[in-house]
Ligand binder design. Structure first.
Ligand code: COS
Length: 382
């Protein structure tokens, strides 16, 4: 549901202030400790950030996609690890349930997800199923009133904090590809589930990813999400929305980097004058700004189409592809404008440079987005 303009602006303002006053001062500390402090997570719960996309009847804010993007633009103006705390609840961890859950499933889980007392994770990727996500090998074997899950999932965000996983598993081994896959709501405390240690990553320190193994985990039949064999399509539709969200995040980080570049170029003097007087520096700022504006417009236009009920498979892929590549270029130019100061840790630019690298990989690599864009364009005849 779209908020009225005044309420929406108030929400965006509140998030902007929260980012500026509470989160930005903690960026280096969070990266160093590799964790977001619990009092900050409590403030995120109080602000309703865990429930941005959850229907109001379950305690969420039920934002339209456009409004969600406006909030995420603001969240992008700090370390992306902060957004990751609630990002799975807003996006890939909850949306299968929001879109395909039945009344009982929603009533059981969504209030906790909206409040942030239940963290969710999206468990699709496996050691042998990355970009080829239809190739999942985790098995779900029907046995009486339960499916028995066996297999493992890889690089799952927030797995150690999660109370609920949405797991894609192969319920029909005779059907290769996506048609043999079903989706399941799996409480993380079921016997037979093991969450591995956090991976050591290039960036986004403070956000954690883990492997999960399922060893004869009995998941009640009523926890299946949608029909048997629908799991791959559930995952793809969840990812369509997720890709818009990540596109918005990329725009936010790019806006932050551009503001940092403008401030630094105004202060830093070389050859007797501010860097901002040099046209070669101005050219870099101009390119960053133009591309960032284009990405912002593409993300918002695509979000509005989703809100209007249109299919956004192509648009979500294009928004994520363009915005994630764009922020990579912006981060690279930011290091260049800061020079040596961009390469050392004190200014935070090298940290953001590392942080944004994953945007071109997770929720579908740039190459997967190109495949989707090309297929959809050809389907539409241009
Ligand atoms: N919405 C609804 N249905 C979709 C869909 C979407 N966005 N995308 C695909 N489908 C359907 C197709 O219509 C097709 O249905 P039918 O079998 O009824 O015709 C079925 O799903 C299979 O689709 P497709 O043939 O396109 O599957 P592919 O195996 O070729 O895979 C890609 C397509 C590569 C695009 C997909 O596997 C993908 O997105 N991979 C990346 C996964 C990813 O983002 N991982 C990140 C993990 S989460 S951080």
């Amino acid at each position: 549901m779209a908020l009225d303009a005044e309420t929406r602006d108030q929400l965006v303002d509140t998030v902007r202030r929260f980012v500026t006053e509470r989160l930005r001062p903690l960026e280096a500390q969070v990266a160093e400790a590799n964790a977001v402090p619990e009092p900050i997570i409590a403030e995120m719960r109080d602000l309703g950030l865990f429930g941005l996309s959850i229907p109001e009847e379950f305690g969420g804010l039920d934002l339209s996609m456009e409004d969600e993007c406006l909030v995420i633009f603001e969240m992008g103006r700090t370390s992306p690890a902060f957004r990751s705390e609630f990002g799975t609840n807003v996006g890939i961890g909850s949306q299968g349930l929001v879109m395909f859950g039945n009344d009982e499933q929603k009533a059981k889980w969504l209030p906790g997800i909206a409040a942030g007392t239940t963290v969710t994770s999206f468990a699709l990727t496996e050691p042998e199923a990355g970009s080829d996500s239809a190739a999942v090998q985790t098995r779900a074997t029907l046995d009486g009133d339960a499916y028995v899950l066996n297999g493992s999932k890889r690089y799952i965000t927030n797995a150690a904090k999660a109370g609920l996983f949405t797991v894609m598993a192969r319920s029909n081994p005779d059907v290769k590809g996506g048609g043999g896959v079903s989706a399941f709501l799996v409480p993380s405390d079921l016997p037979g589930i093991t969450v591995g240690p956090p991976e050591k990553k290039m960036g986004q320190h403070g956000a954690q990813i883990h492997d999960i193994t399922f060893d004869n985990v009995r998941v009640p039949v009523e926890n299946r999400l949608g029909e048997e064999g629908e799991g791959f399509k559930v995952a793809m539709q969840v990812l369509d929305k997720g890709r818009l969200h990540i596109g918005a995040l990329c725009v936010g980080v790019a806006e932050r980097l551009i503001a940092d570049c403008v401030a630094y170029a105004g202060e830093r003097k070389q050859f007797g004058q501010a860097l901002s007087n040099f046209q070669m520096v101005q050219a870099m700022i101009a390119d960053c700004k133009t591309e960032c504006m284009a990405a912002r417009a593409l993300v918002l236009e695509s979000a509005r189409k989703r809100d209007a009920g249109q299919t956004i498979v192509l648009e979500a892929a294009a928004a994520k592809y363009y915005a994630s590549e764009m922020v990579g270029r912006v981060a690279d130019k930011a290091v260049q404008i800061f020079g040596g100061a961009g390469y050392v840790a004190d200014y935070g630019i090298e940290r953001l440079y590392r942080d944004v690298r994953i945007f071109r990989i997770y929720e579908g690599t740039s190459q997967v987005q190109q495949i989707v864009i090309a297929r959809e364009t050809m389907k539409r005849g241009g």
